[in-house]
Design a protein around this ligand. Sequence first.
Ligand code: ATP
Ligand code: MG
Length: 248
Amino acid sequence: MISLRNIHKTLNGQKVLQGINLEISEGETLVIIGRSGCGKSVTLRHILGLMMPDQGEVLFEGQNLMGLSEIELIPIRQKMGMLFQNGALFDSMSVGENIAFPLREEGKMTEDEIQSAITEALEMVNLGGQQSKMPAELSGGMKKRVSLARATVRKPKLLLYDEPTSGLDPVVSDSINKLILNLDKTLNMTNVVVTHDMRSACEIGDRIVLLHHGKVHFLGTPEEIKSSQDPIVFHFVNGISDASVATE
Ligand SMILES: Nc1ncnc2c1ncn2[C@@H]1O[C@H](COP(=O)(O)OP(=O)(O)OP(=O)(O)O)[C@@H](O)[C@H]1O
Ligand SMILES: [Mg+2]
């Protein structure tokens, strides 16, 4: 479904991506892990076509995103949903208006259809009947769930998650993971999930990729990553900070 081929990207003079190669298959959940600042969010932005590589190419269903205009990217982006790292709900809009936003923007549904889509999306994230609440009235976990409802309301084929459980306690994190697994089953999507959290990664990932120094350092199943003897993988998986690894 997605191919990242030899992606290089320099930002502010810093070589962030240095030859990323990654194939993402339809229907799979791929988890991206790696230390803060290693380029996980930047990689997601390349998949969305929000950032273009300095070198290399990004293909979505065989189509090269390089060189497409903003208008040509619209139909491709409509097949993707994105859960941003900070949730990014519109504070001045109610929960229902937030969820309706991508549908109104698309302009294909009647008001009745939009209202039933909101109801359905909220039920899917266990927030049935909460459409008139304002974001300020919600807890962090509820905000993430509303963002999830907004990201899935157009039933995208591909859903990108940037840190869906960051800042949440372990119990709420676990409920978000279960929701991701559930949505995946009901909507039969392809998921790319960026996370710091190894427990989440192993729970939801079919495959896990560890980025390091702008490259794919490791790619494998949760079992393979947990049993890996590679020192960088081992340190990341076990949450050990090691000066020799950090300064390498
Ligand atoms: N728009 C931008 N302009 C300049 N530099 C950027 C931009 N976006 C990201 N960077 C830099 O690229 C590097 C990778 O950033 P990125 O946001 O991908 O990290 P990350 O792996 O998602 O980290 P975190 O886990 O903290 O979210 C960082 O050094 C960051 O400062
Ligand atoms: Mg990030």
